[in-house]
Design a protein around this ligand. Structure first.
Ligand code: FAD
Length: 422
């Protein structure tokens, strides 16, 4: 394995990837997959602080089926479980959906992803994955970018090392991005549990179960029946405030107890996180050789927090750029209309969390599953967009649309006056 190759490091790399998480490993994997010959992959170093990967999360996403002609072999190898039906519920109302053209909701356990990526990278002599190491500094110079890093446990006295890179792809949250400034934060805490007996749930992914509101805002459960005797149950809040995920542990346990009913359960795994929804900052790289990507620069869809498939699409595009003309690509922004709709939607929930269940339930009730899925996975047709707009309650959204327009005009005016001033 080309891991922890501390003594065999070169002094120069064509590409240094900072962070061997979802984005970094996906890029390396796309480079391996898309290169016509393994030796065509540029000499690449991935620097990752973790010394070993654990099953720290699960990635779920919708994907079009064979009928829609978009099955992705790479995802198929990673997927451990798929559902053909999914459900939204609030109070006594529930909407069970499935797709006419074969869309499925897929589940990828992180450890399967990390294992496969590591194996694929290890087969390519040109890529080194350096684990247990974190980047301390990045210094652009005229002919290269210097990357300073340190191996070993943080706090120990370790000698910093340096390599020179032609370009870097940086997957850390950039220093000038303030996650707490996101309109909403999706905060969640979940448990994978084994049950003492079979549960009675249908084979349906409950993607937004029991949407409800309390003094702290909008919340729901997320319930995946992994098999007859095991479940993933997460408790999620959309919060304007920055909440530590740990503060949701008890609520998550209550959700597990509610879902399991009389069955005894054992917790086999925990997962938690905070996903920024509607980050206002844009990272304009001052150096084209230093590409920022990942959650801090728009990897997550603002209105849903889903990021995995978007990261796969970016990785493929970036790898093609590296292989074709030697230049990586940053994250492509969503279309102006989609961004605007997402911000109006988030603004409506942030301003009045009580409306959130009604907004999501209207979409589930009044938009056809295929249209809704194309919208949620960033590929809506004009017809899908109209269907989404027509389904949503008008008055609160018009108010938020005007507020968003006003906010945009103020930002544009501020930028103009700065330009005039400069
Ligand atoms: C628990 C959890 C569940 C999620 N579930 C879903 C889901 O179901 N569907 C979905 O679409 N999205 C999901 N997401 C959102 C998103 O897909 C993930 O957060 C994804 O991992 C983001 O990829 P990334 O590369 O931006 O960040 P990461 O995967 O976190 O990678 C960033 C990497 O940078 C490394 N790093 C940090 N500091 C340094 C340093 N100084 N030097 C070098 N490296 C450094 C980190 O160790 C990390 O490996 C989930 C997120 C979490 C946290």
């Amino acid at each position: 394995m080309h891991t922890n190759y501390h003594d065999n490091l070169c002094s120069n790399y064509e590409l240094v990837i900072i962070g061997g998480g979802c984005s970094g490993l996906s890029l390396a994997s796309s480079l391996c997959r898309l290169a016509t010959q393994p030796e065509h992959v540029p000499r690449t170093l991935i620097i990752e602080p973790r010394s070993c990967y654990t099953d720290d999360r699960s990635w779920c996403f919708w994907e079009a089926g064979v009928n829609a002609g978009q099955t992705d072999q790479k995802s198929a190898d990673l997927v451990a479980r798929s559902w053909q039906a999914w459900q939204f519920s609030s109070g006594s109302e529930r909407h069970l959906q499935s797709s006419a053209s074969g869309w499925k909701y897929h589940y990828v356990p992180a450890i399967r992803f990390y294992d496969q990526m590591e194996k694929q990278i290890a087969r390519n002599q040109n890529i080194t994955l350096l684990k247990g190491t974190h980047v301390m500094d990045v210094n652009p110079a005229d002919h290269h970018i210097e990357v300073v890093f340190e191996s070993g446990p943080s706090g120990a006295i370790n000698e910093p090392r340096k390599v020179a890179a032609k370009q870097i792809v940086d997957t850390r949250i950039p220093k000038n991005v303030d996650v707490s400034s996101a309109l909403l934060k999706q905060v969640f805490f979940g448990f994978e549990v084994n049950l003492d007996g079979p549960h009675q749930l249908d084979d349906v992914a409950r993607v937004m179960e029991d949407m409800r509101v309390d003094d702290e805002g909008f919340m729901f459960d997320y319930v995946l029946p992994l098999n007859r005797n095991s479940l993933l149950v997460e408790f999620t809040r959309f919060s304007g405030k920055s909440l530590p995920p740990e503060s949701l542990r008890n609520d998550a346990l209550k959700s597990v107890r509610r879902v399991c009913g009389d069955l005894e359960f054992q917790v086999v795994r925990e997962e938690f996180g905070v996903i920024p929804m509607g980050l206002s900052s844009h990272v304009l790289s001052t150096d084209p050789r230093w590409i920022h990507t990942g959650l801090g620069v728009g990897a997550a869809r603002p209105s849903t927090g889903y990021a995995f498939k978007r990261i796969q699409r970016w990785a493929e595009r970036c790898a093609k750029g590296v292989l074709c003309d030697g230049t990586g690509r940053g994250f492509q922004p969503d279309s102006g209309l989609l961004m605007w709709m997402d911000r109006v939607f988030l603004r409506a929930i942030a301003g009045n969390p009580a409306i959130a269940p009604q907004l999501f339930m209207s979409l589930a009730r009044d938009v056809s599953p295929d249209s809704l899925l194309r919208f949620l996975t960033d590929r809506p047709s004009p017809r899908d967009l109209i269907a989404v707009m027509l389904a949503l309650p008008k008055l609160p959204l018009i108010r938020c649309a005007l507020a968003e327009l006003y906010a945009r005009m103020r930002t544009a005016n501020r930028i103009q006056s700065w330009h005039a001033f400069l």
